[in-house]
Design a protein around this ligand. Sequence first.
Ligand code: F7E
Length: 342
Amino acid sequence: MMTKKVLITGVTGQDGSYMADFLLEETDFQIFGMVRRTSTNNNKNITHLLNNPRFKLVTGDLTDSQSIDNIVREIQPDYFINLAAQSFVGASWQIPEQTFDIDAVGVIRCLEAIRKHAPNCRFYNAGSSEELGNVDYSPQDEKHPLKPRSPYGAAKAAARHIVKVYRESYNLFAIQGLLYNHESPRRGEEFVTRKITKQLAQIKKSIEENIDFKPLQLGNIYAKRDWSHAKDFVKGIWLMLNQKKPMEYILASGKTYTVKDFINKSLEFFDINGIWIKEGLEEKFIYQNKILIEINPEFYRPAEVDLLLGNANNAKKILNWTPQISFSDLVKEMSKNDLMNM
Ligand code: F7E
């Protein structure tokens, strides 16, 4: 039998790199990682894979239909896992067109290439709890209506519809999981979790060395999110891709915490016992008479998703998916990693 081939887009990112790690470990498949050409390389999440004979990089771009078409025609993948995106919600108000071009139209480019050249290929597109946005009830399940609050959420909701349309029109195995926030030491540094652990690690080191530091500046620290570890989620994606029928599931921890809870957990790891004072824009965290954390309205969003809490019972029951890493261990791992790499 021919070795199976998996194409992963967004392979230099958090999810793409963990997906490649997972498949290299758990299967004997050949992995093709699609990367965008850039003048400076962005390979830090995959340096450990570059010499692996089962891992190959291919150049393409979700905004370039010819590149996607050529890659699918030439590789003839058995699985196409689309983890490339403009994934930063905050930036999606500044670059709404680009966000749609990559996160929604880009998905059509993938589906068209599959339809034409590899109709038996199983396709996964990264969906998001941001599609649910201004939620009607908690915890949210797969029946919750799509109510996006950002250009990013709207683009992912559009992608969900188009994936369904292609699935039903052409009988493709095409699905879009609905994943709640997932984090790790490989998370990009502008997302709130990594921003917190990285900057608190810097502050911790500055305090120890008695040098000046800039306070950590954040926006809405009362937003609630359902956070998990990205490693647990790539496994869930793979289970979704290997069911008999193309069904879509929520992956979530089923617990929700405020951004402030995340900060407090990380402060606990760094052993910084200060106090929170004041409220609203004036709220601050003080330690040894110094401001460590303050609010900067620049980081507020034009519209916020106040609360996300997912119900992953279907994935647990039907896919037998069980997340392993708790919120507390996640915060510790991220904080420890940033401190070690200072
Ligand atoms: O924000 C609040 C912010 O940027 C989390 C992406 O992976 O998960 C992610 O989207 C919360 C928001 O992630 C700052 O307002 C406060 O309420 O880490 P985030 P996100 O927007 O939840 C979903 C599932 C995705 O699909 C996305 O691709 O934290 N917040 N202060 C802040 N957020 C940031 N980034 N920076 C702050 O200073």
